[in-house]
Design a protein. Sequence first.
Length: 345
Amino acid sequence: MGKILRIVSVLAVVALAATLLAGCGGGDKKPAAEQKAEKKVIRVSIGLNEASPEYKGLEKWKELVAKESNGRLEVQIFSSAQLGDDIKTMTALRAGTLEMSGPSSSPIATIDKKWMVFDLPFLFANEKVVDAVLDGPFGQKMLDSLSSHGLVGLMYMENGYRQVTNSKREIKTPDDIKGLKIRTMENPVHLAAWRKLGANPTPMPFSEVFNAMQQKTIDGQENPNTTNFLQKFHEVQKYTTISNHVYTPFVIMYSKKLWDTLPKEDQALLLKTGKEASKWQREYNRKVDAEALEGLSKAGMTVTKLTPEQTKAFQDATKDIAAQFEGDIGKDVIAEVRAEIAKVK
Ligand code: TK8
């Protein structure tokens, strides 16, 4: 009897000790060193495929993050809208069910209208202006402003100047656009601009564009050469015009809900490596844009480069757009970006 009691009490002490040990070793309250060693997966969703410069840029970032964190932080890239298109993934980020996404700036306008500033036709005259504005205080302020919408803007990547393609005819003048069914991004400025040019615009998520062109429910669309070539749009489009009508960046963003759970050092690591990856990706994109255009031409597309006079006709036709959207974007925001642009010259 006495023996059994002794065994029971020994067992009780062992059980208590085990509970205490588990209490300090497990659960949320792990010692800092142990927490640091834990592997973390960061999923990032994009709409473009694995050949895209956006994917390559994120792959570069993935490498930098792995190296700097000694393999502790792992970026996993999901391409071709497997996890959803731009608008859907931003909703997931805001809900905290997905870590990251790299949408175009244009669909961000469905969350905050001031992002339409980047949609204004012919806003950025050249890449020097692009770099100065995006890397300067204006670009940073735009990224920072996302935090009031449950998003953390980490960095920009380049999509590039957008060019119009279609299956019907060569486009040299705004007149040639009359009546064409053009897919646009889901953004009011793009809709208004294409309406001004006489097109019949239809907004649609990116992942539906190829099929819509193949089934001829639309005649054309507009995207940078890299996208037009690497997504094989030449298989369903005949003409491309180098119109450079708008430059809309990719915004690589994190769910604020999930970002706020990261240790400060990890946040700093992601931001620092992000800067480097963003710079690398922009250079890479600029290298491959010309190759992509050549690819389109070799694949049989008719390539039309607008002369400065021809470009001016498109600029004139869309010049009231900024005034039309002044209320939505904010006069101050438009004035601010213009002041930054004026500094570049
Ligand atoms: C991909 C899109 C795409 C954009 C578009 O998710 O929708 O046309 O240019 O790159 O963000």
